[in-house]
Write a protein that binds this ligand. Structure first.
Ligand SMILES: Nc1ncnc2c1ncn2[C@@H]1O[C@H](COP(=O)(O)OP(=O)(O)O)[C@@H](O)[C@H]1O
Ligand SMILES: N[C@@H](CC(=O)OP(=O)(O)O)C(=O)O
Length: 394
């Protein structure tokens, strides 16, 4: 099996952890696996180096300085592997075999990086060595050091896994895997065992950076990505498996929705009012497709087929609760959902979608955004034209 193993800063935080990392790599190599290693800076070295730049430094100098964290790690790991009889070679920007290349905009030059990564995979297989590459760092066409941004080692690992046709990428860190909550904050967090890449991207874009969000767009359906604890010691099993491939989709709901709106100041003043309203819909077995909450109103989007029933139960709730003024229904609503791996990184994306709709006088009923999706609600009769416009816009 070909494996890319990424060791995060926490898993290389001291000499003991470097030894553990080298032991786990050596064990996998001795079992006959091809292992390529991606290493982050030890512990908080990157923060330490950045904090120490208390003077004017241009981007090029800053990248050179900050690169010393990862450059040290790969030397440590290469030497620790050598001490275990493993033929390892460290790779950093400037090394002949260095794979990650950025273009003039600082973005990964996909074609060149793919070519070099493929070559690296062929070389390591033919020569039987373990490449230990600096995560986070890249090299531009002129040979200067660049970076992939904070947390970029995860991106290096998943990207190289993809371009080197690895069977698996293992992200070694200081938690057992993706947990039910941040174990540094919540009590009793448990390993979720398996999670889809779509779910994890939603979480990681909103804080749970156990795997950096930008890394996940490089995951292919065939290549497993696993997160595991450095204390586990076994590179090849355990932790959380991330499944699937991130979907870039523009999807239009096939059937019309109805929008039920309850109005009243209580929406923002009264604790539990939202749950009271959703409870009555739950009790009536009505599935809510989306919720949009405003200052003095809340709208529930439900399938048009259940709109009348939903209106009646919500109306009863308005009467019973005595805190809301009224409920109303609007039907024949279409929804177009845009889900994309890079959506959160695209500045101006909302305008790109909204502006051409406005030009064609298509009225947007509601716009609901999440970590990785945008849902546009509009009139049913406008849906085909709107879909075409959105497909052209992005
Ligand atoms: N749901 C979650 N599951 C696991 N870890 C989480 C979660 N949310 C936040 N984290 C945090 O992510 C951290 C791992 O990411 P990071 O510190 O970047 O590790 P590394 O240095 O190995 O890259 C954990 O120490 C944990 O506190
Ligand atoms: N060392 C870099 C890159 C990185 O990915 O680190 P870590 O894997 O420890 O999150 C940083 O701190 O941003």
């Amino acid at each position: 099996m070909r494996v890319v193993a990424k060791f995060g800063g926490t898993s290389l935080g001291n000499g003991d952890r470097v030894n553990r990392a080298a032991d786990s790599i050596a064990a996998a190599v001795n079992e006959g696996h091809e292992v390529a290693v991606v290493a982050s800076a030890m512990g908080s070295t990157t923060d330490f180096l950045l904090d120490a730049i208390t003077f004017e430094a241009d981007e090029a100098d800053e990248a050179e300085i900050v690169s010393m964290g990862e450059r040290t790690s790969v030397r440590m790991l290469k030497a620790a592997l050598g001490a275990r009889g493993i033929d390892a070679k460290f790779l950093e920007p400037g090394t002949e075999e260095w794979p990650v290349i950025t273009d003039e905009h600082g973005q990964v030059d996909v074609e060149e990086t793919q070519r070099r990564a493929k070559q690296l995979a062929a070389d390591m297989a033919a020569e039987g060595y373990v490449p230990v590459a600096t995560g986070f760092l890249a090299q531009d066409h002129a040979g200067n050091v660049t970076t992939l941004g904070r947390g970029g080692s995860d991106t290096t690992a998943v990207m190289l896994g993809n371009y080197m046709s690895a069977d698996e990428v293992v992200i070694i860190t200081d938690v057992e895997g993706v947990m039910t909550g941040d174990p540094r904050v919540v009590e009793g967090a448990r390993n979720v065992g398996e999670i889809t890449v779509d779910e994890l991207r939603n979480l990681s874009f909103r804080g749970a950076e156990v795997v950096a969000p930008s890394a996940l767009s490089y995951k292919t359906g065939d290549m497993t990505v696993r997160v595991a604890h450095y204390q586990h010691g076994d590179l090849l099993q355990g932790g959380t498996t991330i499944e699937g491939q991130f979907q870039n989709l523009i999807d239009m709901r096939e059937k019309p929705l109805a929008c039920l709106t309850a109005a009243g100041r209580a929406i923002r003043n009264s604790p539990g009012i939202l749950s009271d309203l959703s409870d009555v819909l739950t009790d009536a077995d009505i599935n809510v497709d989306a919720v949009a909450s405003g200052m003095d109103s809340v709208s529930f989007y439900v399938d048009e087929g259940v709109a009348e029933r939903a209106e009646n139960v919500l109306h009863q709730a308005v009467i019973d609760l005595e805190e809301l003024s009224s409920v109303t229904v609007d039907d024949d609503i279409a929804v177009i959902r845009i889900t994309g791996g890079e959506l959160p990184n695209q500045s101006g994306i909302l305008e790109e979608i909204i502006a051409p709709l406005a030009t064609e006088h298509i009225n947007i009923q509601d716009l609901i955004t999440s970590a990785t999706s945008i849902s546009v609600f509009l009139e049913w009769d406008d849906r085909e034209q709107a879909l075409e416009i959105i497909q052209d816009a992005i």
